[in-house]
Design a protein around this ligand. Structure first.
Ligand SMILES: NC(=O)c1ccc[n+]([C@@H]2O[C@H](COP(=O)([O-])OP(=O)(O)OC[C@H]3O[C@@H](n4cnc5c(N)ncnc54)[C@H](OP(=O)(O)O)[C@@H]3O)[C@@H](O)[C@H]2O)c1
Length: 394
């Protein structure tokens, strides 16, 4: 006879959670399993950092429909900015130069979008389209970039596109350009000692990126360098944000590369996890960081945007504890080698501007909830919940 299983309180909480589909955020101060109720109306993200409202300023956000840029557009609209977002693939033509793309429909539903958001068709390799979008703006957030390791798709649009944006910004005499670079322009250096604290002074080694065929990092590093050079030559005020791997809730309907990094551990496509480490940050914090450095007159240079560095083993452990009903891998791909150690880093520059980072656990949790809500991940049924409870017990 099968003995009835005692179900621990935490599993019951998770079970109730999945059955009711109510949203309980994690309490970042407590352990993985402590769930605390969330107010029915979540606090708007821009209120997390108490920023004053801005009206009368027009800013351009390139690649507006992307994962990070969508959050930037949302927060900028919430703050009262008028936003011109650039998108590549037009759907319905609205005026001669401005378009709506069904893929970017989420942008139109943002609060304030109807009154203060315009979407303009622009490609990074088409200077004239960028010039039209940026002309008349007070500031630019240059976030559009390919995110790929294909050298042909990556390098030219990232680098030429960045130069085009800076030239257009110089012509428009904008107040400041905030450029979205990457950790890929920072950490790819084989000669960095394990004791080094990774911060804004670190630069990736271009030869190493090339030799290891890390074309995304190569493209981002060359693009960031081009931004600094072009800005210096043309007298443009540029500030750079270098985010690490970005996760968190999606606003856009489609999947982007960094969110797939999490999804693959839940949908069965990754059978093992790599013996490597990765730095993580939440998408809302990345968007806030961009706005903070835009609005702080004294902000300058680069800003490393990272919350924590985890081994992949830690990531799958967090996911498996929160979501035991998914086939999260339990085996390391390369168990014979010593476990890779997280590197030390500093996010002090952004903290000094007042940014309070969302914990990686909360961000992972919100990523999965969002993947479920957007239909990218099946929501577990009660039956699956029951099976997972039994699995935990045995
Ligand atoms: N997500 C991360 O983990 C992460 C980490 C560090 C830095 N970043 C940087 O953050 C930025 C945004 O990344 P994301 O994660 O939000 O990626 P995403 O969702 O793929 O967004 C990229 C955006 O760039 C646009 N784009 C690509 N090629 C273009 C071109 N030739 N002309 C015009 N627009 C183009 C895309 O437009 P379409 O929609 O038309 O394709 C898309 O809107 C990128 O600069 C990326 O390097 C991302």
């Amino acid at each position: 006879m099968v003995k009835p299983l005692a179900v621990p309180a935490v599993v019951l909480s998770l079970r109730t959670f999945f059955t009711k589909r109510t949203f309980f955020p994690l309490n970042p101060e407590t352990s993985f399993f402590t769930l605390s109720p969330k107010p029915p109306n979540p606090q708007p993200s821009s209120e997390k950092f108490n920023m004053p409202s801005v009206s009368g300023q027009t800013v351009c956000v390139t690649g507006a429909g992307g994962f990070i840029a969508s959050w930037m557009v949302k927060l900028l609209l919430e703050k009262g900015y008028t936003v011109r977002g650039t998108v590549r693939n037009p759907g319905k033509i609205e005026t001669q130069t401005c378009f709506y793309d069904p893929k970017n429909s989420h942008l139109r539903n943002l609060e304030g979008a109807e009154e203060r958001l315009t979407l303009c068709k622009a490609d990074l390799l088409d200077f004239e389209s960028l010039r039209l979008a940026i002309n008349g703006c007070d500031g630019v957030f240059h976030t559009a970039s390919p995110v790929t390791d294909d050298p042909e798709e990556m390098v030219e649009p990232a680098v030429i596109g960045t130069k085009n944006v800076i030239v257009a910004a110089a012509e428009a005499k904008v107040r400041r350009v905030v450029f979205t670079s990457s950790i890929g322009a920072v950490t790819m250096d084989p000669n960095r000692s394990p004791d080094t604290v990774v911060d804004e002074s670190c630069w990736s080694d271009l030869e190493f990126c090339k030799n290891t065929k890390n074309w995304y990092c190569y493209g981002k590093a060359v693009a960031e360098q081009a931004a600094w050079d072009e800005a210096k030559e043309r007298g443009v005020d540029v500030v750079v944000v270098n985010p690490v791997l970005v996760m968190g809730p999606l606003l856009q309907p489609t999947l982007n590369a960094s969110v797939i990094h999490v999804l693959k551990y839940l949908n069965g496509s990754a059978k093992t996890y790599a013996n490597s480490v990765q730095a993580y940050v939440d998408v809302k914090d990345v968007a806030l960081a961009h706005i903070l450095v835009y609005e702080t007159p004294s902000a300058s240079g680069r800003y490393l945007c990272a919350e924590s560095v985890l081994h992949r083993g830690d990531v799958v452990e967090i996911l498996a504890k929160f979501f035991p009903e998914y086939p999260v891998p339990t085996k390391c791909k390369d168990e014979t080698k010593p476990r890779a150690k997280p590197y030390n880093f500093s996010n002090q520059k952004l903290k000094d501007l007042g940014l309070e980072f969302t914990t990686v656990k909360q961000s992972l949790y919100e990523t999965v909830k969002s993947l479920q809500d957007k239909g990218h991940l099946p929501i577990p049924t009660q039956q699956q919940d029951h099976e997972s409870i039994i699995r935990i017990q045995s």
